[in-house]
Design a protein around this ligand. Structure first.
Ligand code: ASP
Ligand code: MG
Length: 452
């Protein structure tokens, strides 16, 4: 069994839904198909929720009407039979009258807000299932709210999901296509909740892990994960293969294509994840799996809005316990530290959430001296397979960046990541220089030396 997930733009137009049907019926494997809300819908629902919360009821009603118009038009093109359209109208009517009733509840709390935002996926999946039924496909809609569970901390409960889903799937052995909602789930109070923005990828990975799927496919509108940011770098290309560790580093350090938590359940259960492009279904995309045979340097990613904090203390000299005291301060303010470099008497760290920066630096000053911190920094992260026996990665990176001031370098923490901190104004220059040096230089040299 495979799990295929389609995002908002892949379901955002009636003709895109038509192509999804073609895609999911083009191979024989049994599939669970996870859908996001139509593009724009989640934002629209959140905005309706804001109006409702602010008691701007007329405004909320206006926004609901505008969204409903969109759906009324959408279903006209989605279905081709009278019966199909009637079904579509019924779904839209039912969900929109529920939306209307939600915003009338006062006070409008986060419980209502979560029910409201869940409507996006509830609409897209019911409309799509009705379309498949109209076209005579052997499909069924299984409500994610019956098996997707998070705990009190908001963390998914894989064991619960596994148990429930296995039972539910066992009740429908004859169904070839199983449709369900991404993003939405229930919390321990039994209320409707969600896996946070972009969470449909996470749903797909949780389901894939839970049922130990043969493969998870994430369908988007780009051709896989790129080796560098195509918006600012010339000559990028899709990466063919990545390991789970490499993909997680890239997702965390800025590759927008995947929700950073996505990889975890797939990795735990060793289920490969393939990133595919709905616009070019025959292109190979990116395969993320336990091992990869690809080149050693895979990709470059960057994360902006980083603040660097520089801590000095002569007390650190030959002492123990100092670093613990430094990190306890970050822990106290629930502020994750991304990069760390140390010398005998100093430690530099970066954070990307500077909400508590003043409080943190005030407490750090009680135990050490601080240099002025630097805002507007960017972490450039080179991802690949850099086992200690493979020489030469660092020298290539430093060579590429020889004209750029480097604030911090971190290498050796994992075999997959070399991180460098630079001022954000130099990011474009750094990414392009690295791209040329790491991905094109050797080939260019080979061409020169093997030329006749
Ligand atoms: N519809 C949700 C969002 O827009 C979940 C998703 O698309 O992944 O965040
Ligand atoms: Mg997404």
């Amino acid at each position: 069994m495979q799990v295929w997930k389609f995002g908002g733009t892949s379901v955002g137009k009636p003709e895109r839904m038509h192509s999804i049907r073609q895609l999911i019926t083009s191979t024989d494997s049994r599939k669970i198909v996870v859908l996001s809300a139509l593009s724009g819908t989640t934002n629209a629902l959140l905005s309706i929720g804001e109006s409702a919360k602010a008691n701007q009821d007329a405004e909320a009603v206006e926004k609901i009407k505008a969204l409903r118009d969109h759906y009324d038009t959408f279903i006209q093109e989605l279905y081709s039979t009278e019966a199909g359209l009637a079904q579509g109208k019924e779904i839209v009517e039912k969900e929109f009258s529920f939306i209307r009733s939600l915003v009338n509840i006062k006070p409008f709390t986060s419980k209502q807000d979560k029910e409201l935002v869940a409507e996006g996926e509830l609409l897209s999946t019911q409309m799509f299932e009705a379309y498949l039924a109209e076209q005579g496909e052997n499909s069924i809609l299984l409500p994610a709210l019956e098996f997707m569970r998070i705990d009190a901390e908001g963390e998914p409960e894989l064991a619960v999901i596994e148990e429930r889903l296995t039972t539910i799937l066992g009740q429908h052995p004859e169904r070839q296509l199983i449709i369900t909602q991404g993003f939405i789930c229930r919390n321990p109070r039994g209320e409707v909740d969600n896996l946070k923005r972009g969470g449909s990828d996470y749903t797909a990975s949780l389901i894939g892990g839970a049922i130990r799927a043969e493969e998870i496919q994430i369908w988007t509108d780009i051709d896989g994960m790129h080796n560098n940011d195509p918006r600012i770098v010339k000559r990028t290309f899709p990466i063919r293969q990545l390991t789970f560790e490499e993909a997680a580093e890239l997702a965390y350090f800025g590759a927008k294509i995947l929700h950073p938590s996505t990889i975890t359940p797939a990795k735990m259960r060793g289920v490969p994840v393939r990133l595919k492009n709905t616009m070019q279904p025959d292109a190979p995309g990116t395969l993320i799996a336990t091992s990869s045979t690809d080149r050693e340097i895979k990709a470059i990613a960057a994360k902006d809005n980083i603040t660097a904090i520089y801590v000095h203390s002569t007390r650190m000299l030959n002492a123990y316990g100092f670093l613990r005291r430094v990190f306890e301060i970050f822990e106290k303010y629930k502020t994750p530290v991304d990069m760390v470099t140390t010398s005998e008497v100093s430690v530099s760290v970066t954070i990307d959430n500077s909400e508590h920066l003043d409080a943190i630096t005030a407490e750090l000053r009680e135990i050490a001296d601080l240099e002025e911190h630097d805002r507007d920094q960017t972490i450039v992260c080179i991802v690949g397979n850099f086992s200690a026996d493979k020489e030469g990665v660092a020298i290539k990176v430093l060579d590429a960046l020889k004209n750029i001031p480097l604030r911090m370098i971190s290498y050796g923490a994992s075999e997959h990541n070399l991180s460098i901190l630079i001022h954000s104004s130099l990011k474009e220059q750094a990414l392009n220089a690295l791209n040329e040096r790491l991905f094109y230089y050797e080939d260019a040299m080979k061409d020169i030396f093997t030329a006749p």
